[in-house]
Design a protein around this ligand. Structure first.
Ligand SMILES: [Cu+2]
Length: 202
């Protein structure tokens, strides 16, 4: 009979039984090397996304304030019900003609809210019938590995399932089919991979 030395036995005990996962650090820049904020970064591991509900640390809320959608781009998990509170003194009439969700939230005023449930992944462009300049986007995603780039054009997504993955960058001005650029990425089983992505904006 083989005896496992105590030191090795202790190491075996502390190895977690979870899937190996790494961190993906993305920096999105435009053709001139300038950071691209508010780009939506999503990762779909070839091994599949973890089962269970997708939750993000931000609210599924699209506020109308100062005659603008806030945030300008909102990421929500597929199946999310998004609230549209009006914090302006004027009335808004929110609509979308986008394929994943065609809807209309007819005239509603200050401190009123409406909601809509997004059941199809994809991009939803929002407008307002009253204020032509109002423009907003909801990116409905079917992966928990999603985030928006900050002012520096960067984001860091942790606990991503290791192995081959599809990396998608979306931005409303990205010059590509459906405003998306898609890449293959090898996510490390532990530690971090950093990737700089150059996109062409219109
Ligand atoms: Cu409006």
């Amino acid at each position: 009979m083989r005896i496992v030395p105590p030191a090795i036995a202790a190491v075996l005990l502390i190895v977690p039984a979870t899937v190996q996962a790494g961190t993906v650090a993305i920096r999105v820049v435009d053709a001139g090397g300038q950071p691209v904020p508010d780009a939506v970064v999503t990762l779909h591991p070839a091994a599949g996304v973890p089962t269970g509900p997708i939750r993000f640390p931000w609210a599924s809320t699209m506020v109308q304030k100062n005659i603008a959608f806030n945030p300008g781009t909102l990421i929500v998990p597929v199946g999310a019900t998004v609230a549209f509170p009006n914090q302006d003194k004027v009335r808004h009439h929110v609509y979308s003609f986008s394929k994943p969700a065609r809807f209309e939230l007819k005239l509603f005023g200050q401190d009123q809210s409406r909601s809509f449930t997004f059941t199809t992944p994809g991009t939803v462009a929002l407008g307002c019938n009253i204020h032509d300049a109002m423009s907003g986007f909801i990116r409905v995603v079917d992966t928990p590995f999603a985030d928006k780039t900050g002012a520096e054009g960067t984001t860091r997504i942790a606990n991503v399932t290791g192995g081959r993955a599809r990396l998608t960058i979306w931005h409303p001005r990205l010059k590509a089919k459906q405003n998306e650029a898609v890449f293959a990425l090898d996510v490390p089983a532990t530690g971090e991979i950093a990737k700089r992505i150059t996109v062409v904006l219109r």
